[in-house]
Design a protein around this ligand. Structure first.
Ligand code: AMP
Ligand code: ZN
Length: 477
């Protein structure tokens, strides 16, 4: 590797030069989605950031073994399947397929392995046995708990210590636990739930153990890089470390990276807050290229505030990039023009990406390049022309911000323009305002909620609040 890649390592809370266990090879794990419903654009941020890491590592010449799991056994899946009158595993399988459709629409490169919990039971059970054997877990009435005080490094990622944790935890009535921080590794089956045979009777794993077991199965005992949303740092990632190190007696992972949230109206976009936009719905209207562009236009460690302006800027940029990509196919060398913007663009983008995956910085250089090439397109030297094609290829491969089929991207945007101009109403903008009003109402910010109602009224939109808490809208004739 000629260029050093630096990554903010949340284990040390420092930006560090990335070193791998085996030269030239990266063992990379990213926590994937729970497949109980359609994914929302907050989930998309985590997925696209994982994809960015995978692509950039490859651009740096690494061979990447990239594992991203599906949580297909989980309480939320069981509850939702019951509501829908489906078997839980069948319900999860349907949404694994739907997730794959969404990931494809976001132009994600396939991961090396995409394991599911339901297919990893022998490894999960073996790992729990190893933890018990090493004295860090115990069984009681068919349930297995990890004993947190037995693992002295607990809290090394989240920087929490056991004493402060204990203060935070309500004294639990659960007399089966030896310590209130102990967490479940295996739980006994309840009627109607999916279950597997184990040395502790029929049951299913707790959430955290799956990632420890899948990481070990495909990457070995020690990983180079682990990623997930910032909400997963505690307890999920802390517990992954505890389980893996207790089972394997060696460090679990050398680098931990977390993406920040996608926020909506100053709150995290999440199902429980009811302020979600599904990937599927957004992509149907704007195409996946626009969503990908929004998500990579901000550094992964910065919060991303979802707004109409952010979407509009992404639409404009995606249009410029793809009009350029299309036009550049027919460029000819017509002179001897060269410039640093053209000859050094890839290098500069690599420098930005080497600085903790700064996709936004890399895009800045790409736009300088684009302006410079367009301004001199008739005088490009043969070397400059070659560099134009190489640079487009680089952005396509390392960032996925140039689509292989620029024409298809432009057609979606053209249709969008026609729809907006024919109705004079931008439905997404209205829905965004309605969502913001819902968040404002939940926060008892009545002034903002009223302001939004008025703003909508000025656009001739009539709002109707439904009994289930949702709002529908119509255009006044
Ligand atoms: P879940 O299906 O809730 O377990 O989430 C799957 C992944 O999406 C995790 O890595 C979460 O951290 C991430 N995630 C969920 N909501 C958001 C959000 N609003 N912004 C960024 N990442 C999110
Ligand atoms: Zn995980």
């Amino acid at each position: 590797m000629t260029r050093e890649l630096k990554i903010q390592n949340n284990l040390t809370r420092k930006k560090e030069v990335f070193k791998t266990i085996e030269p030239g090879k990266v063992k990379f794990y990213s926590c994937g989605p729970t497949t109980y419903d359609f994914l929302h654009i907050g989930n998309a941020r985590a997925l696209v950031v994982g994809d960015l890491f995978n692509r950039v590592l490859k651009a740096f010449g690494y061979e990447v073994n990239f594992v991203r799991n599906y949580t297909d056994v989980d309480d939320k899946i069981i509850d939702r399947a019951r509501q829908e009158g489906r078997d839980a595993l069948e319900h999860a399988a349907i949404f694994v397929k739907e997730c794959e459709t969404d990931m494809n629409s976001l132009g994600m490169m396939p991961a090396t392995h995409t394991p599911k919990v339901s297919e990893t039971m022998p490894e999960i059970i073996q790992m729990i046995q190893d933890i018990i054997k090493n004295g860090k877990a115990y069984e009681t009435e068919g349930e297995v708990f990890f004993h947190v005080p037995a693992f002295h490094d607990y809290g090394k990622l989240s920087k929490k210590d056991l004493d402060s944790l204990q203060h935070g935890i309500r004294v639990e009535v659960d007399g089966r636990k030896k310590h209130p921080s102990d967490f479940v590794l295996w739980k006994p089956a309840k009627p109607g739930e999916p279950s597997w045979d184990s040395p502790w009777g029929k049951g299913r794993p707790g959430w955290h153990i799956e990632c420890s077991a899948m990481a070990k199965k495909f990457l070995g005992n020690t990983l180079d890089l682990h990623h997930g949303g910032v909400d997963l740092m505690f307890p999920h990632h802390e517990n992954e470390i505890a389980q893996s190190e207790a089972a394997n007696n060696c460090p679990f992972c050398n680098n931990w990276a977390h993406n920040e949230f996608l926020n909506f109206g100053s709150e995290k976009m999440s199902k429980s807050l009811g302020n979600v936009i599904k990937i599927r719905d957004f992509v149907e209207k704007y195409g996946g290229q626009v969503l990908r562009h929004v998500l990579l236009s901000v550094h992964y460690r910065a919060r991303l505030e979802w707004s109409e302006e952010v979407i509009q800027r992404a639409i404009d940029e995606v249009k410029r990039i793809h009009e350029f990509a299309l036009e550049a196919k027919s460029y000819k060398a017509g002179g001897d023009y060269s410039s640093p913007e053209i000859s050094e663009c890839i290098d500069k983008m690599m420098d930005e990406l080497a600085n903790d995956f700064n996709s936004a910085g890399a895009m800045g250089h790409f736009f300088s390049f684009l302006r410079n090439v367009k301004g001199n397109k008739d005088q490009l030297s043969p070397a400059s022309l070659e560099q134009v094609q190489k640079t487009l290829k680089f952005v396509e491969e390392a960032l996925g911000l140039v689509n292989k089929d620029p024409q298809a991207v432009l057609e979606i945007l053209k249709k969008l323009e026609q729809d907006t101009s024919s109705s004079g109403i931008d439905a997404t903008q209205i829905e965004a305002l309605i969502e913001e009003r819902k968040v404002a109402k939940a926060a008892k910010n009545w002034a903002r909620a009223d302001e939004i109602r008025k703003e909508l009224a000025q656009k001739n939109i009539v709002l109707k609040d439904n009994p289930d808490g949702s709002s529908s809208w119509t255009v006044q004739g």
